[in-house]
Design a protein around this ligand. Sequence first.
Ligand code: FMN
Length: 201
Amino acid sequence: MDLHTFLQTRRSVRRFKPDPIADSALERILTSATHAPSAHNRQPWRFIVVTTSVVKQRLADKMSAAFESALIADGLATEEIEKQITRSRTRILAAPVIIVLCLDPSELNQHPDQKRKKAEYIMAVQSVAAATNQLLLAAHAEGLGGVWVCSPLFAPEAVRDALELNESWEPQGMCFVGYAENTPQPRERKELKDIVVMVVE
Ligand SMILES: Cc1cc2nc3c(=O)[nH]c(=O)nc-3n(C[C@H](O)[C@H](O)[C@H](O)COP(=O)(O)O)c2cc1C
């Protein structure tokens, strides 16, 4: 497979076989993720790898509680809340490996200027996102599937609690990784003509 075909055949995989992932494959995936570019080479990414049912259960419990409060506040009907909570719990419990991506802001460049400070923080978020994408591509290279989910961003305290995270680590997202139960169809992409501007003069 040429590299472009490889890049274009990554899919978000949401259903997994229960087969475990070898530690050696996980280590290669995490190592490749750390070769992503990062602003000032600060490497603000942190990875928390969850493989055991007991921790998945704790994560599902804490995140569901936070999710339920948010859905109640949104005014959703009880049945709909139960449906969404069950779906979210099932996804966490069924994922063979969960890798939570955090941002550690402790080594970012400090600036008194608020605009510059904000830009440094955005660069750190972008760097963690670059590592997350690299992680998904590395999983694809191992013949594994994965999906990036944003729920930790909405329930950072629940994630911090469940995983006993360092105070300064900010949960940004998580990836569910495993052997794909099936290969999803490609999602539609916008055409280049609609999203690219070639500036010639
Ligand atoms: C920042 C980000 C957040 C995402 N959050 C979720 C999510 O919460 N749940 C989910 O099922 N997929 C999530 N996705 C996956 C996208 O839905 C998926 O990448 C998109 O539909 C394109 O499909 P593809 O990855 O198979 O090409 C997220 C992707 C990104 C980049």
